[in-house]
Design a protein around this ligand. Sequence first.
Ligand SMILES: [Zn+2]
Length: 445
Amino acid sequence: MKTYGWTLLLAIATLATAQPQEPQKDKAELPTVIRAGMVIDGKSAQPRRDQVIIIRGNRIENVADAASAKIPPGATVIDLSKATVLPGLIDCHTHIFLQGEDPKQGGYDANILNAPLALRAARATVSARRALEQGFTTLRDVETEGAGYGDIGIKQAIDLGYIPGPRLFVSTRAISTTGGYPLEGYAPELDMPKGAQIVDGPVEARKAAREQLDHGADWIKVYMTHRSWVGKNGELVSQPTLTVDELRAIVDETHGWGKKVACHAYGGIGLHRALDGGCDSIEHGLDLDDAAISQMVKQGTWYVPTISVYYTDWSPADTPAGRRDRLRASLHEPSFRKAMKAGVKIAFGTDMGGIPWSEPIAQEFSRMTDLGMPPMEAIQSATSRAALLLEMEGKIGVVTPGAFADIIAVSGDPLRDIKTLENVQFVMKDGKVFKSLAGQDSNLK
Ligand SMILES: [Zn+2]
């Protein structure tokens, strides 16, 4: 199915662009050369100084020492000799169809109750552009929150060149159970729409996965926990949703299509069902016990911690929700530290959309380094490690020959000050400059 999808897309792209692009064909074959002051290639343990990156078409052709490199004739030279150059960044947990959901503007529910789908698509278009402006050239977008298959449409619009945006890996509607997702709190007589596809029983679960995969989901997203609250003994309790049998039906179906399953899970029963059912990545995992951590190591399960979002929008401290919000954050920190120490595979993710898209996506890097992750590892979690999660090893998340030319630059040294990644000044995606040091955008089309 993968081959079929790409062939179709490529065919459409060729049809759409064949005529106007024709005269520029020869020019497009001429290489672009980036002179880089320092390269953090996404994979190597150490940066390299004074490098030259040769790009032809949408791929990196060569990376070499500036002293010995030959600049090909006719090349366009981009001077980033005072900057640090990195691979385009990868956020493995976003929601382009959410916007922070300010309660004053109706919160989450207003999206589904009031917003026409075209408005949601327009806002998602802006979110995608914001991600690219900030140097995130790839997103794994983990569900549309009631906007159906809208992510498939945004992905096509980007791939066909209608709008600028990152490479998208999309998961469409997501899956949860009755009692496992909003809209909630309305009169029981009303049949309210839900932000995810609701299933009960393994048959419905498998059918939902089939539908989503059939419509083009790159990943399947499952909610394995839902509500959470402070328990009798001060512990965090997370309501489990799908049973192991329901999840196994989804995982079995999805793996059969050669795709993977991302599981939202905080802790407790739902987290353990997620691991027993064969989830490929645990999202949030803010209350990981030791047994879960060793099972993740054993099974090779990825951990996408999304730390920052749990520091936003805390309810007042003297309310049950406020106590829960603070407990979540306080459990997340030791969970992350223990997982890192045990060697759990960690990929960068933010839950942007839960955080307004006007905020810096790269704020998550500081959260990770504050909890003891070395800056180089934090960068790799958003480059070569994230590429592994997405099964795009060697194609994205690295500055190396053969990879797609997704390249960014910052003016400082992120190994000394990770916050420099919040101020990306140059963005190239697929060999085309989208944003330059001077801050002008180029025309992606
Ligand atoms: Zn999320």
